[in-house]
Design a protein around this ligand. Structure first.
Ligand SMILES: [Zn+2]
Length: 486
């Protein structure tokens, strides 16, 4: 990017040039300096009310939602038979039954095609999306104009937290099919006033060319895809760090909250990498901040609970548990006490950025249904990925579960950057180091196998890097992302 680009920004926003100047004298990449400035400036527009204020507003919104839903939504009014509303406190939310994806899917089976989780007449709905169905039947999710607008507002919080402004050009590397994915980002960008460049119906190379020729400044895609684009760029002789991308925003997988993955994306793109999470059933939930220590949940839009998935009771501060969400603004398709199956760490400490909205340290750290139990050891795919990504030569990987003589085994197949004969000694050393680190940190012997370049699958959305070939089970894909349902 040229210095003249920044002079243009200077004339539009005096604050930027001050931080830009700081970035130059500290020797950082200029485009990173600009981004950090944007994060601070825009961060002040995020919800910075107090915890007490958040709780007060939540109770009001929750009661408005519950009373409306109890009268207008057949799915929930059947669940709430005999329960008196309004609630006197947020603590009373714990007395309401949970909602699950299985219930939503069964409801659509029982009352096809759309089920009964709708609070308005069918003609009020204007958006249709569905989950991928890789782990079951797809769930159809409809939105009214009001619900859809609310989801777009949730994305505005994501954009503002990471410093996206109307001066940005967003490239959405996304197929724009019935999967909700970044459709809501598309709508949110309109509210921010940023230019959106859609990346549907294009090859990876065409997308790269579009990013370069259109001078896109923000890339929105899965973390896997941001890494995959480097492979494509290398083959085409393109240095991604020299593109105009200054911010990357990721969802679909937990990778962007894994420090090794985030660092690699930042190094490849010469940009600042942010995470975000959401689900089709509940919407656009969380966002990174400048501190980048985890994900803030948007508490003006969601009530957050963290429960023990076995006892279904709240976990203590600092403990790991399942994230349970109640969306407060999507009245057309409510999800109340919805069990996400995402594992997070409960945290009551205010983030160093000053935003009082709950911070989930490390973001989504795994999924209850992704957890693999091998020889009595609980393993989460993101833990393995975090170790492998520490190796800069890693290109792609896959986790394979299999059985030998009745005993469960796990191995990791990896592609490294140089598969040539000459590099075999170096590759063997890398494989040994990987085995050692996996053994030390996971507590299990995990074989690591080198695979030929381009032999493992690549993913645009929702990488599925775990396959289960154990003889006692049906062959199935396991490693669905935290946004499987997105
Ligand atoms: Zn923060």
């Amino acid at each position: 990017m040229l210095i003249s680009d920044y002079l243009l920004i200077f004339f539009k926003n005096n604050l930027l040039i001050i931080h830009n100047f700081c970035a130059i004298i500290s020797g950082h990449l200029i485009k990173v300096g600009i981004e950090k400035t944007g994060g601070v400036v825009m961060g002040q527009e995020v919800d910075y009310s107090s915890k007490e204020e958040i709780k007060k507003v939540q109770l009001q919104k929750l009661n408005d939602l519950l009373m409306f839903v109890n009268q207008n939504n057949a799915f929930y009014s059947a669940k709430y038979l005999g329960i008196k509303f309004p609630l006197n406190s947020l603590a009373e939310l714990e007395n309401l039954p949970f909602s699950t994806k299985k219930e939503f899917v069964n409801d659509q089976d029982d009352f096809p095609p759309l089920g009964k989780n709708h609070s308005y007449p069918e003609e009020n709905y204007i958006r249709y999306h569905q989950t991928s169905g890789t782990t079951g039947r797809p769930l159809k999710v409809l939105d009214t104009a009001e619900s859809w607008d609310w989801l777009a507002d949730c994305w505005v919080k994501v954009f503002r937290s990471v410093g996206v402004t109307k001066h940005d050009r967003l490239f959405l590397a996304f197929s724009f099919g019935p999967f909700i994915g970044f459709w809501t980002a598309y709508e949110g960008a309109k509210k921010v006033g940023a230019l959106v460049i859609p990346g549907g119906g294009q090859t990876s190379l065409e997308r790269l060319q579009s990013i370069i020729t259109n001078k896109a400044t923000v890339l929105v895609c899965t973390p896997s895809y941001a890494l995959h684009m480097e492979e494509v760029a290398k083959e085409a002789g393109i240095d991604l760090s020299q593109t105009s991308i200054r911010i990357t925003i990721h969802a679909g997988e937990p990778g962007a909250s894994v420090p090794a993955v985030r660092d690699k994306i930042e190094q490849i793109w010469g940009a600042v990498c942010y995470d975000h999470s959401g689900m089709t059933e509940v919407g656009v939930v969380s966002y990174s901040c400048a501190a980048k220590t985890g994900l803030h949940c948007n508490e003006s839009g969601y009530i957050v609970e963290v429960i023990d998935p076995d006892t279904l009771k709240p976990v203590a501060n600092g403990e790991k548990g399942e994230l349970v969400l109640t969306n407060l603004g999507r009245w057309g398709y409510p999800a109340i006490r919805y069990r996400t199956h995402d594992f997070v760490i409960k945290n009551e400490t205010i983030c160093s950025c000053g935003n009082p909205n709950i911070l989930l340290p490390g973001g989504i750290i795994g999924r209850t249904d992704d957890m693999m139990i091998v020889r009595g050891v609980n393993i989460f795919p993101p833990s393995i990925e975090a170790i492998l990504r520490e190796f800069l030569e890693l290109v792609e990987f896959r986790i394979v579960l299999y059985t030998i003589a009745g005993m469960d085994q796990v191995k990791v197949e990896v592609e490294l950057s140089d598969y040539s004969e000459n590099n075999q000694p170096q590759n063997n050393q890398t494989l040994d180091k990987m085995r050692k680190l996996l053994r030390e940190r996971i507590g299990l012997r995990i074989e690591v196998e080198l695979k030929a370049s381009h032999s493992l699958p690549r993913f645009e959305m929702k990488a599925r890097r775990t396959i289960d070939q154990r003889s006692s089970r049906e062959t199935k894909n396991l490693g669905k992302s935290n946004l499987e349902a997105m």
